[in-house]
Design a protein around this ligand. Structure first.
Ligand code: FES
Ligand SMILES: [Fe+2]
Length: 430
């Protein structure tokens, strides 16, 4: 088997492609189509400003409520090129010899800076929503199912959809096929603070999924995140069964990426997922230039339980030690009896008499103390990676300095406590 394909399928690999066929051409085409769409939606003046100052400034010239219309305009023209390109990657770079499949669902991901997206209205689109062929849309709307438990608006705390970012997940949790290989193409520059995030070591491990968000359930400690900065035109190719997420865009720049998916064999779906991406293009059709020919792999007839793929190791759940603190004599701060803290403990949840939840992180030889939940969506930071100076939110990757609680975004800051040890007590000073 082709070594890249083998490493993708067997080891859940991810890699950056910096120089590939059609790279310059399609990156430039995507850029021009976006600028043309701005011109029709907002006028020539806005379009020239984007042309001059870069796609990273798109949020200054196009309201978030028009991102959906921009995607419609761009994708209708870009889709045949993107499908053909994905097919060429499968055949050439990945060396797939048999017939394979390219997902009809392609995404133009337009992520506005978080602060700007928060001002968008509630009719704005989630940046992770893609487009399908108009024929597919008609076909699928007649059979559309709705998961009664899935509640993305609650997970996102009713913020405008334009500000949403993906929590950690594997793609089969959300209805994508098994054995998928994803292409994720940076159309504008990507920084670590608006990138895709990978969690190495999570491939072939099973986790619990939160059915309300279809993201990783709380309670699973995450390894150090790999935040993938990319130059304009670079592409990630990866196995989406490695846990991955989107970094909340805490930069002042719009980030634009294109994505497509290849399946080296007939698509099969996770029976535990309510949804399935059933519509595909075969390499035979695409190589013959038939970009509008669709094949449907009906969910009910194409299940594959995870047992049929190589054995998965269950991931360990975190058992977070929880201790109650008591008030100190000054009546404002609180303290913990150090003899209650085992030497092996690395992080502890402290419940204060004032009703706060404090996360203690061991940073030898001392402890750092921060509020337990992330100010973005109130998700516990206890599962996030701590590098000794920063805690990385396990949901959308924002990193907070544990000494002063600051992040790259001025809207997102943690409360911190000073810690001192005295006479067998650990004092938390607000
Ligand atoms: S960054 Fe989103 S919940 Fe923390
Ligand atoms: Fe994904």
């Amino acid at each position: 088997m082709n070594p890249l394909l083998h490493s993708m399928l067997e080891h859940g690999a991810y890699t950056v492609l910096s120089d590939f066929e059609q790279q310059t051409e399609i990156t430039a085409l995507a850029r021009e189509l976006i600028i043309d769409a701005v011109s029709s939606l907002q006028g020539e003046r806005a379009a020239s400003a984007v042309r001059k100052n870069g796609l990273e400034t798109l949020h200054l010239h196009l309201p978030a409520s028009q991102i959906g219309a921009l995607r419609d305009r761009v994708m209708v023209q870009l889709r045949p090129r993107l499908l053909g390109f994905a097919c060429a990657v499968g055949r050439g770079l990945l060396g797939i010899e048999e017939e394979f499949f390219v997902d009809d669902y392609t995404i133009l991901r337009v992520n506005y800076p978080y602060e700007a997206a928060l001002n968008a209205d509630h009719s704005s689109e989630n940046p992770g929503i893609g487009r399908v062929d108009p024929n597919t849309r008609n076909q699928s709307s007649s059979t559309q199912r709705r998961d009664p438990v899935y509640a993305p608006k609650e997970y996102h705390r009713h913020t405008p959809p334009a500000s949403w970012a993906h929590g950690p997940h594997k793609d089969t949790w959300t209805g994508h096929s098994r054995d998928g290989i994803n292409l994720w193409w940076a159309i504008s520059r990507v920084s670590k603070e608006n990138s895709m995030i990978f969690y190495p070591g999570t491939f072939k491990k099973s986790y619990e999924v939160d059915p309300r968000s279809l993201y990783l359930a709380q309670g699973f400690p995450l390894p150090a995140p790999r935040k993938m900065a990319l130059h304009e035109g670079e592409m990630l190719i990866f196995n989406p069964e490695l846990l991955h997420a989107t970094h909340l865009n805490t930069t002042p720049h719009t980030r634009i990426a294109l994505s497509a998916r290849i399946n080296p064999r007939q698509p099969r779906f996770n029976p535990n997922c309510f949804y399935a991406r059933e519509f595909w293009h075969s390499s035979t059709d695409l190589e013959a230039g038939r970009t509008d020919a669709i094949r449907q792999f009906a969910r009910a007839e194409h299940f594959e339980a995870s047992e049929k793929v190589p054995a998965e190791q269950p991931a360990e759940r975190r058992n977070l030690l929880t201790l109650k603190a008591e008030l100190t004599r000054n009546g404002q701060d609180c303290r913990l009896d150090l003899s209650h803290i085992p030497e092996s403990a690395e992080r502890i949840l402290v419940l204060t008499p004032q009703g706060q939840r404090v996360l203690l992180l061991r940073s030898d030889p001392h402890w750092q103390a921060v509020q337990e939940v992330c100010p973005h969506l109130d998700i516990s930071l206890a599962d996030g990676h701590f590098d000794g100076k920063n805690i990385h939110c396990p949901a959308h990757g924002v990193s907070f300095r544990t000494n002063d609680g600051k992040s790259a975004c001025k809207l997102l800051k943690l409360q911190t406590w000073k810690t001192t040890e005295e006479d067998g007590w650990l004092h938390l000073i607000a």
